[in-house]
Design a binder for this molecule. Structure first.
Ligand code: SF4
Length: 446
């Protein structure tokens, strides 16, 4: 085993993709911190550059390759830097990446994060390192190091599981992140406490399918029980979670919306399509009717609950009528926002084996535009509906665009910008909304 790196080194991590990757990057920083690394925002100043990659869509993968080109140029021009690729592309392509890029030092998948220090030491010792083995699920070593949060940080992610046991046919995640394992609830609560001790007030529990948390582990809490346990931690003011799978949304979670005021009145529940045949082809294991039933139960439990979702448009074989079912579902639920994409065939996904014909790109594009236009109308109507009302805003910091203006979110995740200063960060203040836009609102303190 090589020795810890003694002199201070700097690591730059370029993160692509989802919150799981953001979280993994934070854990990598925390773990490397124990070996004397500090994080830098400047790749030109780094001894180690890691690209934490995403393979869910072609675009993210292309962006990764272009960023890698830039970092390799820096190395070629004399910067003494070790370069590594982590995350889902690393898991999927493995050795092919090392073969393709002779100056690449390190490739590791998501299961390499718990022992990243060892991998980095070897790479900095001059070895070319590949680690794409999946770890044993029974003894999966969730990272316990907690990243030091900066003193203005309002919220933090806490992972509750890794991997996914579902087989949604469009998705590469089960291949790149492996099977599901749940982290122990006591470890999760400890991490929440450690974050709250640093001043964090909003906790987002993350996993690929949080609703199935604990189900495979005898004696472990269920996801609903975990929500109650996190809510019991003093100092936690708001709890969010992502991502949910409608199939596993139980009555006990619905009940939590009645019982736990700290549980945010905002839920992201991916539906993907409003048509039963398409849902079946996607292997989502719920029907449109069941999805609507869940939405109704949630809104009954928490009348001010708002929801967002994910849509895939132009899944192989999708007809105009089937797409109409997605359009009507959008209106029936009244989603206040959605992430919507044209289906993109991804290497290694089961959907590639479907016999249904691909939807022509222009047809899928036109459907996506229709869906997004309607979504924009629903989103703006919801946001404008706040005009004149007073809402409670948890302040996050300066607004990105306006000097002298701060921003924060309501319990329903509406971003509100209003004049103020940083002394209000981490506080909840009443704000009158003066103007609603598509996704954000402007207001003034009352
Ligand atoms: S639930 Fe489906 S979409 Fe989500 S990560 Fe698992 S396989 Fe992918």
């Amino acid at each position: 085993m090589s020795e810890p790196i003694s002199a201070e080194k700097k690591v730059f991590i370029h993160t692509f993709g989802c919150q799981m990757n953001e979280y993994d990057s934070a854990k990598i920083r925390a773990k490397l911190g124990t070996d004397g690394f500090t994080a830098t925002q400047d790749p030109g100043d780094a001894d180690l550059i890691l690209l934490n990659t995403c393979s869910i869509r072609d675009k993210a993968e292309q962006k990764m390759h272009s960023a890698l080109g830039e970092y390799r140029r820096m190395k070629k021009n004399g910067q003494p830097v070790t370069i590594g690729i982590a995350g889902c592309v690393a898991q999927q392509e493995g050795d092919a990446l090392l073969k393709r890029y002779s100056d690449l030092d390190l490739v590791f998948g998501p299961d390499g994060v718990p022992h990243v220090n060892q991998l980095v030491r070897e790479a900095m010792d001059g070895k070319r390192v590949l680690d794409t083995e999946f770890l044993d699920l029974e003894t999966y070593p969730f990272v316990t190091e907690v990243e030091t949060v900066d003193d203005q940080q309002v919220g933090a992610f806490v992972t509750i599981q890794k991997g996914c046991d579902n087989k949604c046919t469009f998705c590469i995640v089960p291949t790149t992140r492996g099977a599901e394992a749940s982290r122990s609830s006591s470890q999760i609560v400890d991490e929440v406490k450690a974050l709250v001790d640093q001043g964090v007030v909003e906790i987002t529990l993350i996993g690929q399918n949080v609703n199935s948390y604990g189900l495979k582990t005898p004696g472990e809490k269920t996801f609903a029980e975990l929500l109650y346990a996190v809510s019991d931690v003093e100092g936690v003011e708001r709890i969010r979670y992502t991502t949910s799978h409608p199939r596993d949304m139980g009555d006990d979670v619905v009940q939590a919306y009645r019982d736990l005021p700290k549980l945010s009145s905002y839920l992201h529940l991916p539906v993907q399509s409003g048509n039963n045949r398409i849902l079946r082809r996607m292997k989502r294991y719920y029907k449109r009717e069941r999805f609507l039933e869940i939405c109704a139960a949630l809104k009954d439990a928490r009348p001010d609950l708002v929801m967002t979702t994910d849509f895939i448009v132009g899944f192989p074989g999708e007809t105009e009528e089937q797409f109409e079912d997605t359009m009507t579902l959008l209106d029936e639920v009244g989603f206040i926002g959605s992430y919507s994409f044209k289906y993109s065939p991804r290497p290694g996904t089961p959907a590639l084996r479907l016999k249904d014909p691909l939807v022509p790109n222009d047809v899928a594009g036109a459907r996506l535009t229709r869906l997004q236009n309607r979504q924009r109308e629903l989103s703006s109507a919801w946001t404008r509906g706040h005009e004149g009302k007073v809402v409670d805003v948890l302040v996050e910091g300066w607004s990105r665009h306006d000097p002298g203006v701060i921003c924060g979110r309501t319990d329903t995740n509406l971003m509100v910008n209003f004049p103020g200063d940083l002394s209000l960060v981490r506080k909840t203040v009443p704000v009158r909304v003066t103007r609603g836009f598509t996704h954000t609102a402007r207001g003034e303190r009352v």
